[in-house]
Design a protein around this ligand. Structure first.
Ligand code: BV8
Ligand code: ZN
Length: 241
């Protein structure tokens, strides 16, 4: 196991995907072949999918919300909280996950680049997104009480832009780190962009790149070091937690 030798100048940028939550019992996307009830996830998690059949999309998210009841963070989430406590400003976590397990574990220097499944927003007006753990009944499409348009999960769907502020924060961290950057990806199949391109951003900055994954992902060749194994075991060892 290559320990992540984090010297006094190292800046650690971590990217997590669905694999880090697998040991908490949260199903991943592509281990299920990327299908849900016979629909490609890219179809259901998209603005077009929502326009065509908002009740199908709400069923997808309501079932996932219900599935998260009682789910707790695992050793991998906690190892990242400890790394953040040790590194402070020299730590940034970017997650693709919308399951809320990183903030639940105590991560604070964290960006949820694809949003959070327990938040809802209006599909039309600019009312503020709000906390919403409701698993809506089949066929129910909640409507905005300000403009009566359908409400939607506060999630970045396929074909939608990542928040500019999120991309700017990642860029600022990478620039401040320079060649002291250490990039660590955990539990992601490396197929969804722009997240899957972060390893290239790290390399271009002169940083070292590490990957912890249950199996080699699509962008494996772009990492300097790869640890194949469950995050719950590999991450605490790698981070010396
Ligand atoms: C954008 C919210 C500009 C939904 C998500 C053609 C080529 C390349 C790119 C594109 C293309 N066509 C379109 C694009 C862009 C598109 C994209 O990348 N598509 C892919 C599918 C090809 N990206 C976008 O649209 C993004 N926006 O680019 O805007 C633009 C606009 C228009 C057109 C072009 C560009 C927005 C992407 C955000 C989509 N929203 N989430 C929801 O969650 O409901 S992404 C979705 O996939 C989830 O967030 C998920 O996190 C993410 C990635 O999946 P992973 O996290 O990697 O999970 P996965 O199951 O795939 O893998 C799990 C891994 O863990 C596996 O490798 C497994 O082995 C491992 N594992 C399992 N158990 C463990 C483990 N590892 C360790 N320990 C374990 N125990
Ligand atoms: Zn509205």
């Amino acid at each position: 196991m290559i320990p992540l030798s984090l010297d006094g100048a190292a800046h650690l940028l971590v990217l997590t995907g669905a694999g880090i939550s697998a040991e908490s019992g949260v199903p991943t996307f592509r281990d299920a072949g990327g299908l849900w009830e016979g629909h490609a996830v890219e179809q259901v998690a998209s603005p077009d999918g929502f326009a065509i059949d908002p009740s199908l999309v709400w069923r997808f998210y309501s079932q996932r919300r219900a599935g998260l009841t009682g789910v707790t963070p695992n050793l991998a989430h906690h190892a990242l909280v400890e790394a953040e406590a040790r590194l402070g400003e020299r730590f940034l976590l970017v997650t693709q996950n919308v399951d809320g397990l990183h903030p639940l574990a105590g991560s604070r220097r964290m960006l949820e680049m694809h949003g959070n499944i327990m938040r809802t927003r209006c599909s039309a007006c600019d009312r503020a997104p709000f906390e919403d753990r409701t698993a809506y009944g089949d066929g129910v499409v909640p409507l905005c009480d300000r403009c009566s348009a359908p409400l939607r999960p506060d999630i970045v769907w396929f074909g939608e832009m990542i928040a500019r502020a999120t991309l700017a924060a990642i860029d600022a961290f990478v620039r401040a780190a320079g060649s002291h950057l250490v990039f660590l990806a955990v539990g992601t199949s490396g197929v969804v962009y722009p997240a899957a391109g972060l390893v290239d951003v790290a390399r271009a900055a002169g940083g070292r790149s590490f990957l912890v994954n249950a199996e080699p992902p699509a962008n494996a060749a772009r990492f300097d070091h790869i640890v194949i194994g469950p995050a719950g075991r590999a991450l605490p060892a790698l981070l010396g937690a």
